[in-house]
Write a protein of this length. Structure first.
Length: 406
């Protein structure tokens, strides 16, 4: 587990990885360099952290605790958010005691602005009046309702909306939403409505979920259902993986060509696929030099999937398919592929082709009307630079005369 040291004005991360360093060799301008693979991994991990920290800097996040006693488990995560200059409001039911936890961390120099028992109206008045405070705001909501869980959900979302919060995190016992053994990482609101209308059992009280769906649609606030456990907030906010269930209206969606400003997003997206061996390694310099050939799928302006179209004269390769784990299985890679096939037809290519070592991708290309082919039948210029020892299978689709049906 990495050791981390955080300061308010300057964030310093000390990453200690328990494995032997491996030297890798790099060439630049005719000179040969050695790079410690462990150091490179640490730098890329740090780049990912700082990338997300910069994206969310000065954003307002609201954390809603189902059980105030779980605050202790989240303190390191909260310190990371605070050190990243993310504005934090923590809400909990006033009948729960969290004073000991706040006192303990206050003695360690981590300051809170604590209001122990407030009506939702009072809480909003205080938050609206004192928006410039630097401490983490912690507010116990006095909820006069027999259905306190639903009341906490409704009032927290109203407060978040009034504050202009970017995200609301509901932290409880569950990892996120589940349908039996199936974890729902990023369900659409209409998908959840279908489950609820059919009486399909989910691991959350339906009335709470209806409230969340309605607010996500009404205000566009991103809602995250997450386990109140150390590390879950960090993984959800500062990594490409996410860790809970993201509930959002999921708009606008757009497929566009890559731009210079997309480089870091693409690097983070592709890096994890390279680590898994799903795609061949590619350098940051190569991504930058060919970024205009990348097709990216964005959700609410964030890149969640990408692929690239590589020109080989009379043919073009569909390559480097990557999708964030949360957004997989939603047809986004297929939409990217169709756009690239259409682009290849516009460029008067005879055929497009693709290769993969992943059996799921074999079915993916066959589903798009590709046919399996021998790698030796592909473009000679492609063959000249390919490592044939790689156990990939090749697929080919004609686009001559504008044939692009998928």
């Amino acid at each position: 587990m990495p050791n981390q040291v955080f300061f308010r004005e300057h964030t310093v991360c000390l990453w200690m990885i328990d494995r032997e360093p491996v030297l890798q060799h790099y060439s630049c301008g005719g000179l040969r360099y050695e790079m410690n693979e462990t150091i490179e991994t640490q730098m890329l991990d740090a780049l990912e952290l700082f990338h997300y920290a910069h994206r969310f800097r000065q954003h307002q996040f609201v954390l809603v605790l189902d059980d105030g006693a779980r605050l202790e488990q989240l303190m390191l995560d909260i310190r990371v958010l605070y050190s990243s200059h993310i504005k934090i409001v923590i809400l909990y039911r006033a009948d729960q005691s969290i004073g000991d936890c706040l006192d303990r961390w206050g003695q360690r120099g981590f300051r809170f602005h604590h209001l122990a028992s407030q009506s939702p109206e009072q809480a909003l008045e205080v938050l609206d009046r004192d928006r410039d405070w630097e401490e983490v705001a912690v507010i116990g909501l006095d909820l006069s309702s027999d259905q306190e869980a639903e009341a906490l959900t409704r009032q927290s979302l109203q407060i978040a909306k009034a504050l202009g919060a970017a995200k609301v995190f509901f932290l409880g016992e569950q990892k996120g939403l589940s349908l039996g053994d199936r974890f729902l990482s990023h369900p659409r609101p209409d998908e959840l409505e279908g489950y609820l209308n059919q009486g399909t059992p989910l691991n959350m009280v339906p009335s709470r979920l209806w409230i969340m769906i309605a607010e996500a649609r009404r205000s566009g606030i991103e809602i995250v259902i997450l386990e109140a456990k150390s590390g879950t907030l960090f993984e959800e906010i500062f990594t490409h993986r996410g860790s809970g269930t993201l509930l959002t209206e999921d708009y606008p969606n757009e497929i566009r060509l890559g731009r210079e400003g997309d480089l870091t997003d693409l690097l983070m997206l592709i890096r994890h696929e390279m680590q898994q061996g799903s795609i061949l390694p590619i350098s940051e310099e190569s991504i930058a030099a060919n970024i205009q050939n990348y097709f990216v799928y964005t959700v609410n302006a964030a890149i969640v999937a990408s692929a690239t179209l590589v020109d080989y004269g009379d043919s073009a390769e569909l390559a480097k398919f990557c999708t964030l784990p949360r957004y997989q299985g939603k047809g986004r890679a297929r939409q990217l592929a169709i756009q690239m096939i259409e682009r290849a037809a516009e460029l008067k290519k005879d055929y497009v082709f693709a290769l993969s070592v992943n059996p799921k991708m074999w079915d993916f290309f066959l589903g798009l009307g590709f046919e399996e082919t021998s790698r030796e039948e592909l473009s000679q210029s492609w063959q000249a630079q390919y490592d044939f020892s790689r156990p990939s299978r090749a697929f080919k689709k004609s686009v001559a005369n504008g044939k692009v049906a998928c």
